[in-house]
Design a protein. Structure first.
Length: 438
């Protein structure tokens, strides 16, 4: 691969040894910076007798305690920062479902580095200044808005801050501005197609779309393929979270086989969520990230709660930055029903293999006659013929496949297209009405 395929050849083309040397240098700098500037980290490192000079190898990172979302809540709003507030120019906040939200602060340099990371991701999948980029994320506190805005502008694309919702207007912009690249959460990509069909728009014939960036919520490989087939585009998986800035943390390359995590920005660990011991490459565990290119609010060994694994082996694209497998879900999204652990993505993976089904589904958990039960409602696609016998056979087959996968027999209900509630942001896939959860 020629270096013209890299946005930041000086970082993207590094060998493993070079990446690790740079990581150690940046880690040492980060720990010194946190120790000097953050009261939280100063006290935490003191409490276990660690000085910045104790970090002499990458393995020494494991001497440092984990940082958790609870730490961010406990120190809300500014307590983990490593610089004075006067050096900060932006904050983002993610709304927690319980207690305080979490706040992430950024200096001017942080914002520049963030924009660079997003530009690097977009360049990797073929975006160039000639492209027109339309962002359907919510703007404001949600980092998918401004994060992609500045990254796409940095790359030099004409960038359309369409923001979330108003699907008819999105489609008008696609047509009028000849949009070639779209950022959308996967559930919204499916919605865009639905409305195109209603409006008689054939994306291949009438639009210039060629690339979709999908992320922010877990989705299966079949969901990606559906989106690609519906819209006639290539769809690339984008992973990020507000605590790590937002988008730009890990992104698929053109191989579409795992998401490269930018190791000049982050040190990756995958740990067993129960023992917190590292697991070998290839094994699923919780993703733990240390930021090594951040000024306002570096985070040391942050427990993301996301479950994934490092894909072993080299990527044919030539980048040696490690690849993460698509996210399996979050440890806190796991459903425990009758003692069985189930991830919504397992259910999605089965459902999306049925061409008779559309993309929207809802899992409801409830207590019926003192027994916990699961109902899976899923929308039918348009192509499905209204034949009662066929519907029943289909329901039975879906139930059978779900039972084989999750070891529990759910009640499956096939519902007309468009009948499940739609959310503005990330799709809500699970409704838990069980007695103990009320
Ligand atoms: P937020 O901080 O609100 O942007 O949410 C970040 C969380 O969204 C992550 O911790 C993941 O759980 C989820 N997420 C983001 N990107 C992806 C993705 N590509 N696949 C699966 N989950 C994702
Ligand atoms: Zn690659």
């Amino acid at each position: 691969m020629s270096s013209s395929e890299f946005y930041n050849p000086e970082f993207e083309a590094l060998s493993r040894a070079e990446i690790e040397n740079l990581q150690l240098e940046r880690l040492q700098h980060t720990v010194e910076h946190c120790y000097a500037g953050s009261r939280f980290y100063h006290e935490r490192l003191d409490s276990i007798g660690i000085k910045p000079s104790s970090i002499t190898s990458l393995d020494d990172l494991r001497k440092i305690p984990f940082t958790t979302k609870q730490d961010l809540r406990d120190t809300y709003p500014f307590g983990i920062a490593s610089v004075p507030l006067s050096k900060c120019v932006r904050l983002h906040s993610s709304s927690g479902t319980t207690g305080n939200p979490t706040v992430v602060l950024h200096t001017q340099r942080d914002l520049e580095q963030w924009a660079n990371a997003v530009a690097r991701c977009l360049y990797m999948v073929g975006c160039r200044p000639e492209d027109v980029f339309q962002n359907t994320s919510g703007y404001g506190m949600f980092t998918g808005g401004l994060g992609f805005q500045y990254g796409a502008e940095r790359l030099g694309m004409l960038t359309v801050p369409a923001a979330a919702g108003n699907t008819l207007r999105q489609l008008k912009f696609f047509k009028d501005f000849r949009t070639t690249v779209v950022h959308a959460i996967p559930s919204y990509a499916a919605r865009l197609y639905e409305v195109m069909c209603e409006q008689g728009i054939d994306p291949r014939r009438d639009l210039a779309l060629k690339t979709l960036v999908i992320g922010a919520e877990p989705h299966s490989e079949d969901t990606r393929k559906r989106i690609e087939n519906m819209l006639g585009v290539k769809a690339y998986n984008s992973f990020g979270m507000s605590e790590m800035c937002g988008p730009g943390v890990a992104f698929e390359c053109k191989e579409q086989n795992g998401l490269h995590i930018w190791e000049d920005y982050y040190i990756v660990e995958i740990v067993n969520p129960d023992t917190l011991e590292p697991v070998p490459d290839g094994e699923v565990g919780e993703l733990v990230l240390t930021t090594i290119n951040r000024e306002a609010m570096p985070l040391l060994r942050y427990r993301t709660r996301d479950l994934t694994r490092i894909l072993p082996g080299d990527c044919p694209c030539g980048r040696q930055h490690k690849r993460l497998d698509r996210m399996k879900g979050r440890s806190d999204d796991m459903i425990i029903l009758k003692g069985v652990n189930i991830f919504p993505i397992q259910i999605e993976t089965i459902l999306m293999q049925f061409k008779e089904l559309a993309s929207d589904y809802l899992i409801t958990l409830e207590t019926l006659d003192d027994n916990d039960a699961m109902t899976v409602e899923v929308e039918l696609s348009d192509m499905f013929i209204d034949d009662y016998g066929a519907l029943q056979r289909l329901e039975k087959e879906i139930t059978r496949q779900l039972r084989d996968e999750i070891l529990i027999t759910p009640k499956v209900r096939l519902v007309p297209k468009g009948s499940l509630p739609k959310s503005e942001g990330k799709a809500v896939r699970v409704k838990d009405l069980r007695k103990q959860y009320q």
